[in-house]
Design a protein around this ligand. Structure first.
Ligand code: CP
Length: 297
């Protein structure tokens, strides 16, 4: 059976915990090649990114290489996409060239819906429009689990452009599975209009003292036009020192990146002692190691 990694919704909470456990194992052993370098030896993955990426693309590549695999980086701008090749034909071409799995990012929310059944190799969602970013969701779960030793019942405030965020999309899927409480904060126009039972709109300043984690999100100006005054936004919804001081002392700060310092997060908060932002990024490698291994087994 081909194991596509398209959405966290296709995994049970137990399956997600198994992936988290494996990612945690890789966090302990990622620099011990004798233990892990053989696991995906002779496999070749293609990274196919139709949208820019720093963290996801590089961490999938490092993850593959840590496990002994090779990586082909397909760059649409320098490819036959420029001559009219469709997304489907590019993916089919890479399959016919013999890659073992395709890590794929695209701006279309539903890009996987109609195509995945036509492939005899795993497709791994590295971000689909504003729909889901499941490997980011999983690394966020790993970071929370490492911190709190559990996921069930955690209270998380998410602040920013939630309506256009695939990171928030995957977090919501996971939150429902693990009985988390999610509080959405930000400008009214950037919040989803139909929250679900475990999701509530909240005032940012009021909710800060009550949550275990605060996830900050950037405004996705590539997906919509918003006449944003950065200073005004920062005053209302930016995480600064005064706001961090309202948080519980053991609560943590997350951000999937890239972050805009001085807009949704103050410069001094990015590396604040309660911030796990860079740990979260590092966890991207371990989580993607677990995903690549899962897809190949
Ligand atoms: N978090 C995330 O997806 O970052 P990149 O866009 O840099 O991959």
């Amino acid at each position: 059976m081909i194991k596509h990694f398209l959405s966290l919704s296709s995994f049970s909470s137990q399956e997600l915990l198994s992936l988290i456990e494996r990612a945690h194992f890789f966090s302990l052993h990622h620099k011990h090649p004798d233990k892990i370098h053989h696991l995906l030896k002779h496999k070749i993955f293609a990274n196919v990114f139709y949208e820019p990426s720093t963290r996801t693309r590089c961490s999938f590549e490092i993850a593959a290489k840590r496990l002994g695999a090779d990586v082909v980086n397909f760059v649409p701008e320098n490819s036959s996409v420029k001559k009219g090749e469709t997304v489907y034909d590019t993916l089919k071409t890479l399959e016919s060239l013999g890659v073992d799995g395709i890590v794929f990012r695209h701006s279309d929310d539903n890009v996987f819906d109609n195509v995945h059944g036509n492939f005899d190799l795993p497709l791994l969602n590295a971000g689909a429009g504003k729909n889901e970013h499941p490997s980011q969701g999983l690394l966020d779960l790993l970071t929370l689990h490492q911190e709190f030793g559990k996921l069930n019942g955690l209270k998380i405030a998410v602040c920013g452009d939630i309506k256009h965020s695939r990171v928030a999309g995957s977090l919501m899927v996971a939150a429902e599975k693990f009985g988390m409480e999610i509080y959405l904060c930000g400008p009214e126009s950037l919040l989803p209009t139909h929250p679900r039972s475990f999701v509530q709109h909240a005032n940012f300043d009021d909710i800060l003292p009550k949550v275990d984690a605060v996830m900050m999100l950037r405004i996705q100006l590539e997906r919509h036009d918003l006449d944003l005054d950065a200073k005004t936004y920062h005053r209302h919804f930016g995480l600064d020192l005064a706001r961090v001081e309202k948080m519980k002392k053991d609560a943590i700060i997350l951000h999937p990146g890239p972050f805009n310092r001085g807009v949704e997060i103050s410069d001094e908060i990015v590396e604040h002692k309660q911030s796990r932002i860079f740990k979260q990024m590092g966890n991207g490698v371990f989580t993607r190691m677990a995903i690549l291994e899962w897809a190949m087994n």
